[in-house]
Design a protein around this ligand. Structure first.
Ligand code: NAD
Ligand code: LMR
Length: 341
């Protein structure tokens, strides 16, 4: 059955289900925001032993919602049991950063989680399995999980940059005084980190080139480079500063949209941003889990091409890819990559 869940119930494993993003995700997933309002879901919640009781509380609340699409909910502390028969994996469980940390600082704290889960997925998940890694550093954690699951196609392991994509759409709409419904064609390239390249070269506002409309609002190319791109790339830190904790509901929303778009498709002529293993396209070395503009149809994504990349874009993409390669070297040095690597 491919794409997942179009005709019958789908099995979804959510890690870190008792955590903040997990809690914000499970109720919407059970209410149809993940797979649509026609598809029943079987939720399998994975937590560490210390948080299993809290996850059981989440499961109790799900039952108390009497949610028509929720076929079952089970709680696990064993990854292999949790991923048994999983068709979709939301890999959220990991430590979040706090004020003053960069996401890469989480590498050693979180990387081992994803080697264990990659092995469990390899052993137990359904053939249709697809995953989005949310736990940071998300791109490299997806690489680690895929490396430990050699029997699952590597392209099924993706990481979340949809939140950055949404942030770019929202900031563009604000700058042009329009609704987010009027903007299209933004793209996030590279790492889910401050090195990401927020690309407006193909973006449109009410069908017109975004850069032209921005200029009418007094925002030139320099403003894009010096204000807009850093605003989006540093938004995670800004949320931590202002809210006092890392983003939660916006991350949950982006996670649900990432999977929904992957399974149900992008609108004609439009794309979304997803971090996916590079095919070697656009000068990004093969296998690196890099954010690209992608189109989706019937459970498959395709990296957008051809896309003439201007010199200033090229340099920014290369800088973010260099950071991803450095993260890969760091996890190789920690011996965290599995048999596929
Ligand atoms: P949180 O601390 O509230 O919750 C994390 C949960 O994961 C906890 O309940 C913890 O017990 C659980 N957990 C830890 N190790 C686990 C394991 N091995 N198996 C299963 N569960 C495990 O954190 P949060 O705010 O929900 O954030 C989760 C992660 O998402 C963080 O790494 C954060 O940085 C990341 N994040 C990513 C994005 C993105 O756009 N990619 C956005 C926001 C947050
Ligand atoms: C975000 O982008 O909000 C998350 O990745 C959390 C963080 O650490 O920035």
């Amino acid at each position: 059955r491919d794409p997942v869940g179009t005709t019958s119930a789908a099995t979804v494993t959510i890690t870190g289900a008792a955590g903040q993003i997990g809690y914000a995700t499970v109720f919407r997933a059970a209410a149809g925001a993940l797979l649509g309002s026609e598809t029943p879901v079987r939720l399998r919640l994975l937590e560490i032993p210390e948080a299993v009781r809290a996850a059981e509380g989440v499961a109790m609340e799900l039952l108390d919602g009497a949610m028509p699409l929720l076929e079952s909910v089970d709680v696990f502390d064993d990854p292999t049991a949790a991923f048994d028969g999983a068709e979709v994996g939301l890999l959220i469980g990991a430590r979040p950063r706090s004020k003053g940390m960069e996401r890469a600082d989480l590498l050693s704290a979180n990387a081992s989680i994803f080697s264990v889960q990659g092995r469990a997925i390899n052993e137990a998940a359904a053939p249709a399995f697809r995953a989005v890694v949310v736990g940071n550093p998300a791109n490299t954690n997806a690489l680690i999980a895929a490396s430990h699951a050699p029997d699952v196609p590597a392209e099924r392991f993706t990481a979340l940059t949809r939140l950055d994509h949404h942030r770019a759409e929202a900031q563009l709409a604000i700058a042009c005084g329009v609704s987010v419904n009027d903007v299209d064609g933004v793209a996030i390239w590279g790492n889910h980190s401050t090195s990401q390249y927020v690309d407006l070269t193909r973006a449109t506002v009410r069908g017109r080139p975004a850069e032209e409309v921005l200029l009418e609002h007094g925002h030139d190319r320099r403003w894009i480079d010096e204000f807009f791109i850093p605003k989006v790339a540093k938004r995670g830190a800004e949320i931590i500063e202002v809210r006092g904790g890392s983003s939660v509901a916006s991350a949950a929303h982006a996670t649900l949209r990432h999977i929904r778009t992957w399974l149900r498709g992008t609108p004609e002529g439009s794309w979304a941003s997803m971090a996916v293993p590079s095919t070697g396209i656009h000068g990004v070395p093969e296998g690196v889990v890099c954010s690209f503009p992608v189109t989706c149809s019937q459970g498959r994504y395709t990296i957008v091409e051809p896309w003439a990349i201007a010199d200033f874009s090229r340099a920014r993409i290369d800088r973010s890819v260099a950071e991803l390669l450095a993260e890969r070297e760091a996890v190789e040095a920690l011996d965290l990559l599995g048999p596929r690597a």
